[in-house]
Design a protein around this ligand. Sequence first.
Ligand code: BES
Ligand code: MN
Ligand code: MN
Length: 451
Amino acid sequence: MNYYQQHHQEYLEGLKTFLRIPSISTLSEHKPDIQKAAEFVRDELTKAGLNQAQLIEGQGNPLVYAEWLGAPGKPTLLFYGHYDVQPPDPLDEWKTPPFEPAIRNDNIYARGSADDKGQTYILIKAVDGLLKQHGRLPINVKFLVEGEEEVGGEHIESYVASKPARLKADAAVICDTEMFAPELPTICVGLRGIVYGELWVQGADHDLHSGIYGGAAPNPIQAIAEILCALKDAQGHIRIPGFYDRVQAPSEKERAAWARLPLDEKEYTEKEMGAKELVGEPEIPLLERTWARPTLEVHGIRGGFTGEGAKTVIPARAVAKISMRLVADQHPEEATAQLKKAIAAACPKGVTAEYKPIHSARPSLVNPDNKFIQAAAEAMKQVFGKETVYIRSGGSIPIVAAFDEFLGIPSVMMGFGLPDDNLHAPNEKMHLPNFFRGIEAVARYLEILGS
Ligand code: BES
Ligand code: MN
Ligand code: MN
């Protein structure tokens, strides 16, 4: 048993304490939990032996910073993670409560177990183990952990933009993505961006009796349906003028590598998604649809009567939450402008439609031909015993584009989640063997870079 294997119990206890804090960034009543989670991370970094461990408080949720810079002449890595989590609803679908971590079949179940507390803890414990064993690290590290990733928080971005000297590093390391399949070490080199907002539609200035006025009154929920159908057709093609103009197709080399990945479409559809059939652009292969094509999705529609029983009313207004995922080289500002124009063009008579932005993030693509990504692939290969694969992901991690733009560094996305981890859904879990091997892989990574 190596050092890390001897400490599994301790790592598990620490992780459970972290997971018990309901640090939900989108709900303001959880502000005290956000603070607690930030302090937990800071204290763990201090206990690990890092220097300058501190909360950076300003607008928004605290950032946590720490550093160990005792290896002059060696590379510096900037470790990123997020301590905030998504809301746990629907609560009745959880087999055990979301903030009472429970272990079943080698998995730890709790909100944030994979996204991203478990994976942030991997980074902390890798460094902790090296410092406890050797009293030093093979390279220099800085930590920057945030608490607003799940709300597209832009505060970390302005911090990064304003502190290039403090955050100077050769590469960023992020454990907040997934392995393509169990046992298959994976590096993610591409993420989609996002534009998220609300579509407000107003009809009459008050609710109307649907018998008296039905047939003559504008219906904002019907209008939302019509606008959405105009924005995306039944084949999954987005009908926003100019929207696809900047979309870059993946290279032939990437396409060929993706085609070699172990993917069973039936299993993906029926087991992983629990759906009957896949939809979307029929002429585009599945992985390309989710990794290299933009989307338009509706997340919720509010309006009218949704209580028990029947109420015959034509609502005065309705709101839809919608998002677009963007791929390189699309820009959030340009895509937002295109969306607004398309909404105006599709708005039926009798109602007004207004788009209100909530947050946005740019897409990112990382060139894997650099020694920081190569060394990570080697470390993961050594620990998992299989050749590392390179994938993209359809999700978004806003800071990646900012690390590129403001610090000029690539992000090394070593992910230890699994496709069935239920991110953002009930019964989120982290596979414990991945948690433990993740710690070893990150420690190995530092050793390789230091040698
Ligand atoms: N860790 C995820 C993103 C992710 C998941 C990347 C799986 C790769 C594989 C992250 O916490 C997340 O959920 N991001 C949000 C973005 C945001 C701006 C709200 C997302 O993608 O919806
Ligand atoms: Mn995450
Ligand atoms: Mn997330």
